[in-house]
Design a binder for this molecule. Structure first.
Ligand code: ADP
Ligand code: MG
Length: 314
């Protein structure tokens, strides 16, 4: 019998929705797509983003400081931890149910609260770029800068938003436990929201005010677990050249050299498609036999059979 293919799946925003009820509905569809892969005979590890959720938790914790003067503001690392647990709960609940509905009773599901180490000297810390949370007025933005030491930026005429650093993941602290669980056949959800960002100070891991890109964290997770596939599930079925333009061209199969050329030509938007393509290239180029795929959630089964999606290989 051939060895099971190990797949790390990175879930994007459309797999989780934007609000609590949306997420509860979305995870049911997401669970179906994931269990489809398990039925295909794959070993699946799930990672996911947290953009809307971490913004929501952060806003809720700010509201608490207005309500109760004794409550200090909540560090962003703690907001990421809260989002990880909340999303993990919805996902593991839906995955368990979907497997039981299909008669799969021997695969335990669990979420690993994951810390991911980042480098204190990462240039991202001096150039915060990732917007989180809701839009506020110029006056509110000024207040938040003074009261909470936030960096607030005007966002294309829509108001001000908090921007945070998005440093590169360096080390997955709980990788040993994650590996043990995966090796024993569990379905593991890990590195949620890119992982809780921490900086090493001797034996102490200090929470960092940052949000790690889930595409890069998933890539590191896939490399560390020696996965065969990294599948990044997002809102488009394939990656395009000249995206949204009249001469748009969808890509089904690309070599890493071709992709590097397309990156230089500026085909992939920073902050959305670029980190996915960079993560795909990084993973596929890291060892022979590793393949990266970018596709739509509902198409993941077709994509691993080579029927759709954009496949990256050496
Ligand atoms: P996720 O929540 O899955 O990370 P993002 O919105 O960050 O999703 O990124 C996916 C989006 O990237 C797509 O919905 C599409 O609008 C956009 N995009 C930018 N450039 C491209 C491209 N070259 N090909 C396809 N999609 C692109
Ligand atoms: Mg994204």
């Amino acid at each position: 019998m051939s060895k099971k293919k190990r797949i790390v799946i990175a879930l994007g925003g459309n797999a989780l929705g934007n609000t609590l009820p949306e997420q509860m509905k979305a995870v049911k569809i997401t669970a179906k797509a994931i269990v489809d892969l398990i039925e295909e005979g794959c070993e699946v590890v799930v990672a996911h983003g947290n953009g809307p959720q971490v913004g929501m938790v952060n806003n809720a914790m700010i509201a608490l400081t207005h309500e109760d003067a004794d409550q200090p503001n909540t560090p962003l690392s703690v907001c990421v931890a809260m989002s990880q647990a909340y999303i993990g709960y919805d996902l593991q609940n839906a995955l368990r149910e979907e497997m039981l509905n299909r008669g799969i009773e021997n695969i335990p599901v669990a979420t690993m609260i994951t810390q991911v180490r980042v480098d204190e000297s990462d240039p991202a810390f001096s150039a915060p770029s990732k917007p989180i949370g809701k839009f506020v007025s110029a006056e509110q933005a000024k207040m938040m800068e003074e009261k909470f030491n936030y960096v607030m930026k005007e966002d294309s005429g829509r108001g001000y938003r908090r921007v945070v650093a998005s440093p590169k993941p360096v080390e997955i602290i709980e990788i040993g436990t994650i590996r043990t669980m995966v090796e024993s056949g569990d379905l593991v959800i890990a590195c949620g929201g890119g992982g809780i960002p921490v900086i090493r100070h001797g034996n102490h891991l200090k929470g960092a005010s940052a949000v790690i890109d889930k595409d890069f964290a998933s890539c590191l997770l896939a490399k560390e677990l020696d996965a065969d596939f990294l599948i990044i599930l997002t809102a488009v079925e394939q990656v395009a050249l000249n995206f949204g333009k009249p001469d748009e061209k969808w890509l089904s199969d690309v070599s890493l050299d071709e992709t590097e050329k397309y990156i230089k030509e500026g085909h992939f938007a920073p902050g959305s498609m670029l980190p996915k393509v960079q993560a795909a290239v990084d993973f596929a180029g890291s060892k022979k036999g590793r393949t990266a795929l970018i596709t739509l959630l509902e198409k993941s089964r077709d994509a691993i059979q080579g029927k759709t999606g954009t496949m990256f290989h050496i």
